[in-house]
Design a protein around this ligand. Structure first.
Ligand SMILES: NC(=O)c1ccc[n+]([C@@H]2O[C@H](COP(=O)([O-])OP(=O)(O)OC[C@H]3O[C@@H](n4cnc5c(N)ncnc54)[C@H](OP(=O)(O)O)[C@@H]3O)[C@@H](O)[C@H]2O)c1
Length: 291
């Protein structure tokens, strides 16, 4: 793979990762093996996705050395708190069939709605348990997911190990500038989940601009979206189940958008979240205790 982002601890990770949420990869190691063969070396999963086992199987069966792939996983909201987190990481390690996780994230900043004032304490308690995992060597780096500036600040004010990344819903037309700027000001790499608008790139306001640039560079609008995010210093983790999509999403290092083009795409009309708002709409999903 072509290029790397440097994290705040000085280590490097590929500029594009591979998302494994979820039906296409649950009990399906073949597609993930295909992604490894295409050249992906960074994989995003979560206990909630139920794809950790497929990813672990794929890494094993592909024959690739463990230290040549980055594995990122997350604990879910019902796995927060010191004791729950300790149980959650052991389960993840077992499913992933590995003795360490490269980046371990808190998936969501709040367990319940906006009236719950205890979220700060719970985030800190969970984070401190995760810091212990780093000291034990079972986790290499810590990260966050869906943390907005106020959630991020709570961690930064109370941590001894700083988060290296924050995974946010980011794509052209939904850039969450406040959160991204806060990440960058604090040395936290913003990662883009649903970087291709969950496959709905074509439907968005401003899609015409993406199409125009796609024509200019002889690329697809998805490649323009990925290139745009990378040039904004954001790491996309697209999901693809077809090998053609997997390959084409990596072919974004042979062209460069101009400053004006980046500015035009940055100025696209901003649309609502595809997912839930981290403070006001807590996902109504539970981790599977039998997984
Ligand atoms: N932290 C969080 O809360 C959170 C939330 C959601 C997602 N995520 C992570 O982010 C990853 C990516 O997000 P996502 O899966 O929601 O959406 P996405 O990556 O934005 O879009 C995936 C869709 O785009 C299609 N696609 C991929 N490459 C394409 C290409 N080159 N041309 C045309 N279509 C293409 C895929 O089709 P095919 O499958 O048919 O190839 C699939 O339907 C997830 O897998 C997960 O790891 C994290």
């Amino acid at each position: 793979m072509n290029d790397f982002f440097t994290l705040s601890d000085g280590s490097q990770i590929p500029k594009i990762g591979f998302g494994t949420f979820n039906d296409a990869f649950a009990d399906n190691k073949t597609s993930i093996i295909q992604a490894i063969e295409c050249g992906y070396r960074f994989f995003d999963t979560a206990s909630l996705y139920e794809t950790e086992r497929s990813l672990g199987n794929a890494v094993k069966e592909s024959g690739i050395a463990r230290n040549e792939v980055f594995i990122e996983t997350k604990l879910w909201i019902d796995e927060m708190g010191a004791e729950n987190a300790r149980i959650a990481v052991e389960k993840s390690l077992k499913r992933l069939q590995t003795d360490y996780i490269d980046i371990y994230m808190i998936h969501w900043p709040r367990q319940s709605g906006a009236d719950d004032e205890k979220w700060k304490e719970l985030d800190i308690e969970t984070w401190h348990a995760m810091e212990d995992m780093v000291k034990q060597g079972i986790v290499k780096k810590l990260g966050l997911s869906n943390f907005l500036p106020h959630h991020l600040k709570n961690i930064l004010d109370n941590c001894t190990i700083r988060p290296v990344a924050d995974q946010l819903e980011l794509h052209p037309g939904h850039l969450q500038e406040a959160a991204v700027n806060c990440c960058k000001a604090n040395g936290v790499l913003p990662m883009a989940w649903s970087p291709l608008s969950h496959g709905k790139d074509n439907d968005r306001a401003g899609a015409g601009m993406l199409a125009k640039l796609a024509e200019k560079y002889g690329k697809s609008i998805q490649q323009i979206s990925l290139r745009f995010l990378i040039q904004k210093g954001i790491m996309p983790i697209p999901k693809a189940s077809s090998a053609a999509h997997m390959r084409s999403n990596l072919e974004v290092f042979d062209f460069e958008l101009t400053e004006d083009e980046v500015s035009i795409l940055t100025s696209m009309p901003q649309t609502a979240w595809l997912g839930e708002h981290p403070d006001f709409a807590i996902p109504d999903r539970k981790s599977n205790p039998d997984n």
